[in-house]
Design a protein around this ligand. Structure first.
Ligand code: VGL
Ligand code: ZN
Length: 200
């Protein structure tokens, strides 16, 4: 599916304190994606392409929390420090922030679930989304699968994602699953070089 380079958008998934070292639900080395994502974000904004940042945005006592029988410790509670974007993550003024998982009784791994993300992407003339962030085996995977279902081409930036890996290999299997569903796997360097007007 060839999409014009001018129709690309960047989607940065859940790069929040709670998913990084020291957070409530830390992804091993989660914060390692930050400098690479910043470079990709810069390339998109330099090319005038839209950038979107999702954030996990749970009410206290969310259905996914252990206290309600869910799999996770409380994390990314609305308005708390843990729900903040990781320090140093570049969120440009032009970025659109999309909050998800705000329904107390519904899990929402995908940035498309219960949000206007698909309409906003279409409104920004996007036909292809480049995806990075946390975590590979949950929110990145589900966001990518929903992007494909909504008719977008999708590229996962492999060195800009990190997995929870509750079971060893979950991250690798998630990348296999999205790739089998039609997503392309790229490196951040490749993504940067694909930008319209890239220097090299
Ligand atoms: C996520 C587990 C629980 C994610 C969110 O962003 O991948 N994982 N909530
Ligand atoms: Zn969550």
């Amino acid at each position: 599916m060839a999409v014009s380079p001018s129709k690309r958008a960047l989607l940065v998934v859940d790069v929040q304190r709670d998913f990084c070292t020291g957070g409530a639900l830390p992804v091993r080395h989660g914060e390692a994606v930050v400098p690479r994502l910043n470079a990709v974000t810069d390339a998109f904004t330099r090319s005038g392409l839209p950038v979107f940042f999702t954030r996990d945005w749970h009410p206290p006592r969310h259905v996914s929390f252990l206290e309600r029988g869910g799999p996770w410790p409380p994390h990314c509670i609305q308005g708390t420090r843990g729900a903040e974007f990781y320090p140093g993550l570049r969120v440009p003024p032009s970025a659109t922030v999309v909050s998800k998982g705000y329904d107390p009784d519904e899990e929402a791994y995908s940035g498309f679930q219960g949000t206007d993300l698909a309409q906003m992407l279409k409104g920004a003339s996007a036909g292809e989304v480049f995806i990075g962030g946390l975590a590979t085996d949950y929110c990145v995977k589900e966001t990518c699968l929903d992007a494909l279902k909504a008719g977008f081409a999708a590229d996962v930036i492999e060195d800009c994602v990190m997995a929870v890996d509750l079971e060893p290999g979950d991250g690798r299997r998630a990348l296999e699953a999205v790739s089998k569903s039609g997503a392309r796997l790229v490196s951040s360097q490749e993504a940067i070089k694909m930008m319209p007007g890239a220097q090299q």
